[in-house]
Design a protein around this ligand. Structure first.
Ligand SMILES: CCCC(=O)OC[C@@H](COP(=O)(O)O[C@@H]1[C@H](O)[C@H](OP(=O)(O)O)[C@@H](O)[C@H](O)[C@H]1O)OC(=O)CCC
Length: 543
């Protein structure tokens, strides 16, 4: 049995470097002497003093975004010579050691190589990690089965394999559901008019009204105001696929200023005179650059010390909660159209892989209780985020040393935060607790599993992740009792299309209050490492 605080190695994990005379400069408890070990998966620090064991650190190297050397040959002060790790999970770790033993160079270079394998032409840890779990999580999501659960193929929607080899759109899944009347030639010409070929396809269909949520990227209108008869006809077919359909709402997630600015790059938005029966709505959600900056400010505020005097004004200045509110409000508008007005909605933004994924996945979570079960939630992430090409590798920077890359942005974590807000407002509606959300965010960074690696389904097929890596869902489903919500009130499974009779629709549709008066800061995630900000609950230290 492992001694408490001692390193616990995963299968195929091995120690690559050890430094003995190291001091961890804990921002809360002060300097702690201990032993620093670097493996091919994690950085582990074990205090020498048994009384300080709660300061044991186990940091997956995937969480590290930047490593800096601190102090040089001339620095004289105590603990002024060492390294600092800047992490993606809201903390910075600083280690110091004596100058004489030159272990810094060794540790520093090892850390650089192992934390950024892609930048050093080394394999990701996920490809050498193998562990057997009772269930293979790679089978949780099967596209055809999920479409069947929603009742597709039906007389209005058909499954097309036109993208079987990802030739029409390399960032989309291979399986699409499209209006039955749209033949493959039409689909191809619509792809020519949508940014990166990301044409409108089905995300969700209402079990009784047949109203739909479809998703896509911006039309290539450009400054000259180009039109595509095929795109216009296709949008009309989406509207007509809904029996009550006399109108289609096009929800453009962007601020109208950005939608207009995108015309300068050949993009833009649907003009209502070209799309007669469509009504265009802008949801005012800002772009990836604004969100990256917002979270950076929040991290500054929350780590290491928290200035009580400026806490609320500081939070407001980050605008983080305003953005969360904006995304929730956008999803509520989609839910209102689909559920209460039985009207179909088309969601898009610029590329259709950041804000669009946030909106469709949130709206589906509010509309369909199946996605609020543990397995349903796993299916939702696989479908709306992974299969539709949210660029996880680029947005998180898996294995990449370029920490200041402008394409990095916490869009997925922001969506998980929105899910947490729903859990707070509807504590009995989810089969799982916030601990599942924190575990998912941990392994978004850790690179232990293959689930969040790469940017598209096409790349994952090419890299054979399903046979060469372990799925995060294998791990989670092997210990699901840790994540189940004792307050959950809902049928254990919604296998069938609509919940069994006792549940009427009003009981299963969540409509959150998207107001700053209700939205809360998710301290268990953003202040997790700051002991003064949350109950000392060890579960949040290790997931
Ligand atoms: C004259 C030059 C015009 C110009 O550069 O347009 C480009 C836009 C960038 O477009 P934006 O929509 O503001 O920003 C884009 C979105 O965030 C998109 O995500 P999503 O899937 O959510 O769409 C990302 O994938 C893109 O990388 C990002 O550039 O920039 C702006 O609109 C900012 C100016 C107000």
């Amino acid at each position: 049995p492992h001694v408490l605080g001692d390193i616990q190695l995963l299968d195929s994990e091995k120690v690559m470097s050890v430094a003995r005379e190291v001091t961890y400069l804990c921002p809360f408890s002060g300097p702690i002497r201990g032993i620093l070990k670097v493996t091919n998966y994690q950085l582990h620090f074990r205090p020498l003093d048994a009384a300080a064991l709660q300061c044991t650190l186990s940091v997956p190297l995937g969480v590290v975004s930047r490593i800096e050397k601190v102090g040089g040959a001339s620095s004289k002060g105590e603990n002024s010579y060492g390294i600092e790790l800047f992490c993606k999970d809201m903390r910075n770790l600083r280690f110091a050691h004596k100058q004489e033993n030159h272990s810094r160079r060794g540790i520093f270079e090892k850390l650089q190589q192992l934390a950024f394998p892609l930048s050093h032409k080394l394999p990701m840890f996920a490809f050498s990690y193998s562990e057997h779990f009772p269930e293979d999580g790679w089978h949780v999501y099967e596209p055809i089965a999920e479409l069947k659960r929603m009742g597709v193929n039906n007389d209005m929607w058909r499954i097309t394999r036109i993208n079987d080899k990802y030739e029409v759109c390399d960032s989309y899944p291979s399986v699409w559901a499209v209006p039955a009347g749209a033949n493959d030639d039409l689909l191809r010409s619509v792809a020519a008019f949508r940014s990166r070929g990301r044409i409108p396809v089905l995300a969700w269909i209402h079990p009784s009204s047949q109203a739909t949520i479809t998703r896509c990227s911006q039309p290539l209108v450009g400054v000259s105001g180009k039109r595509s008869r095929e795109d216009e006809r296709y949008i009309q077919q989406i509207m007509e696929a809904n029996a009550q359909g006399h109108k289609l709402f096009i929800m453009d997630a962007r601020p109208s200023a950005n939608a207009i600015a995108n015309k300068a790059k050949g993009g833009g938005y649907e003009s209502e005179d070209a799309y007669q029966n469509a009504e265009l709505v802008f949801l005012d959600i800002h772009n990836i650059h604004v969100m990256r900056e917002s979270l950076r400010k929040l991290k500054e505020l929350c780590f290491p010390q928290i200035d009580q005097a400026r806490w609320f004004s500081g939070i407001e200045a980050t605008c983080w909660l305003k953005h969360i509110k904006c995304i929730l409000a956008g999803a509520v508008r989609i839910v209102d159209k689909v559920e209460n007005h039985k009207t179909s909605v088309l969601v898009h933004c610029s590329d259709g892989w950041d804000r669009t994924a946030q909106l469709t996945a949130l709206a589906m979570l509010m509309l369909d209780p199946y996605y609020r079960t543990l397995r349903g939630f796993e299916v939702l992430i696989e479908k709306e985020w992974l299969s539709f090409g949210h660029k996880f590798q680029l947005r998180i920077g898996h294995g990449d040393e370029r920490h200041s890359d402008a394409d990095r942005s916490p869009v997925f974590v922001q969506w998980v935060d929105c899910v947490w807000q729903l859990q707070q407002q509807f504590p009995t509606a989810f089969e799982f607790t916030e601990r599942l959300l924190i575990t998912i965010v941990d392994h978004l960074y850790s690179c232990r599993f293959g689930t969040f690696l790469f940017n598209t389904e096409r790349e994952r097929v090419k890299e054979e992740v399903k046979t060469k890596t372990v799925s995060l869902w294998s791990y989670i489903n092997s210990r699901q009792d840790l994540y189940l919500n004792p307050l959950y009130w809902g049928p254990s499974s919604f296998g069938s299309n609509s919940p069994p009779s006792p549940y009427s629709r009003p009981q299963v549709v969540l409509v959150p209050v998207a107001s700053l008066r209700v939205i809360k800061l998710w301290k268990a995630l953003y202040c997790r490492w700051n002991p003064t900000m949350r109950q000392q609950d060890p579960i949040y230290q290790r997931t």
